[in-house]
Structure formats: C-alpha cells, structure tokens
Design a protein around this ligand. Sequence first.
Ligand code: ADP
Ligand code: MG
Length: 305
Amino acid sequence: MATLELNNLHAEVAEDGGETILRGVDLEVSSGEIHALMGPNGSGKSTTAKIIAGHPSYEVTDGEVLLHLDKDEFETDGVEIDDDLTWDLLDLEPNERAALGIFLAFQYPAEIEGVTMVNFLRTALNAKLEEREELFEDDEGEADAEEEDDAGYDTSPMEGDVDEGEVGVAEFQQLLQEKMELLDMDEKFAQRYLNAGFSGGEKKQNEVLQAAILEPSVAVLDEIDSGLDIDRLQDVANGINALREEVGTGVLQITHYQRILDYVEPDYVHIMLDGEIVKEGDADLAKQLEEKGYDWVREDVYETA
Ligand code: ADP
Ligand code: MG
C-alpha cells in the first residue's frame, strides 16, 4: 500500500514577491481510496496538484509532501524493499515522483503531432520503469532490462527508437489492448497522434488510459470532468472506478462540480477555500455543496472563525 501525505503545505508563486497560494494544506490519500478535492475557482486546487507533481512554478515555503510505501508495494514489479519506506517528494524530480507511483492528469493535456498514442504510452512506461530501477538501485532489475528487447519494427523517425526500453513493442501491444478493454475504449485510438484533433472527452479518456498503463499508487486528476458531455463523463468515471478496483490506485479527484461524483463515489470530500482545506466529510458533503453552493462554505467558515 502507498499513502501520499501533505502536511501543513504552504506555497507561493516562485518569483520575487510571489503571491502566497497555499496556506497550510493537510491531506492524506492512500491506495484504493477516492478523495474529492473541491473548491471555487482560484482556491488553490490546481496548485496543490502541480506541487505534488513537482511543477517548477511554485515554491514550497513550509510543510511536507511525503510518500509512504509499504514494502510489498512493488513486489509484482520484482522490486524488493526490505522495510516500509517514506520518501520526501519535495527532494525528488518530477520523473522520480512519477516512478514512485504518482500520476498527474493535467487540466489541459498537451497535443503532440507526430507521436502516436501507442509510442507515447510505451515510452512513458519504459521511462517510469527505468527511473524506478535507478531509484531503488536494484541490481537484478538492470539485467532484466537488457533481455527484453523485441525485434525491430518500422516506425517514423519522429517516434524514436522502438527497440529501446524494458517493455518491448509486442509485449506493450498486448498490455495496451488489455487496458483499452478494461476501459472500454476503441482500439483505433492508439494509432492516432497524441491528443491531436481529439475531442475534449477523448483527451480526458486518454489521461485515464495513461494512468491505467502506468499503474500509479496515487493519481491526481485535475478537473478531468470539465467540458464533458454526459456519455463521456460516464466513460471517464467508469475508467476511474476501474483504476481503483483493478489497479488499486488511490485517486485525488479535483473538481469544481459535484456531477462526476454521482458516478465516482468519493470516500472522502475535502473543500478548499483560499489555499486551505476548510471542510471535510463524506460523499454527502459534496451533495450539500451542490445544493447550497460555495457561498455557504465561505459564510460558514468565516462566521465561525
Ligand atoms: P484552482 O485550481 O482552485 O482554480 P489555482 O491553484 O489554479 O486555483 O490558483 C490559485 C490562485 O493562485 C489563483 O488566484 C491563481 O491566479 C494564482 N496562481 C496560480 N498559479 C499562479 C502563477 N503561476 N502565477 C501567479 N499566480 C498564480
Ligand atoms: Mg484549477
């Protein structure tokens, strides 16, 4: 099991005289749990997500971002850890955080012409596995990495060397097919260029597919519900539920609206206001919020303060 823990997190924009955005955020997300982080625009939700991922635009001025890993966490990958470990994520680069099992789906995914989904996803998976080996300095792992290369496939030079990496082309095709079935996605998807000409819904589904392949311990999904019609919302929600059930991922679902929570029932709901979590509860809290709006939270918090 893994637990992501934010402790009294304070952060400002990383420039001289940068504005303070987070004012003491406490949050714990463990494998297999679904948390909703809600709040009005500008409350600091995306900043929280970006700091977890290691975005350089923000400076942490106080507090901690920790990742606790039980020693059985990586057993299936052949990585053996002798004791439970705690990593200080703020000391690690974004790719190292990803290798430890943190996944961030961006609010605005990038479009890249010339790189197919399948190649992008395989490259991402191999980069993660390679980085993980380095982090754990696992001697056996290195030997494995050399063995697995598949015979050459012709692809465009834009797509890099397909023979490189731990998971070869054939093996990856199979993995991809399994994951696409799990998420109920159209196979043709994988041959398209990354997000190029994708609808809003397809981009978001794509983020879920990426997560399903990388099998993160904790996935932070920033407004993955924004701009989706009801059918796509359901597809994306089914994907998130599958991620929790089949992969055991802990999900931090960032959202402005209650709508997606009808399909992805959260175990915990946290409401953020002006850079702090000011209210916490279960799924009922989100329903209350839907009825009464964020002004109710604001009044409630500032009246009792
Ligand atoms: P949310 O995702 O909850 O809508 P954000 O975390 O994006 O909120 O932003 C919180 C506040 O911090 C907003 O007032 C926003 O303008 C400000 N902010 C975020 N990032 C930056 C930045 N890079 N430079 C300046 N201000 C920023
Ligand atoms: Mg945001």
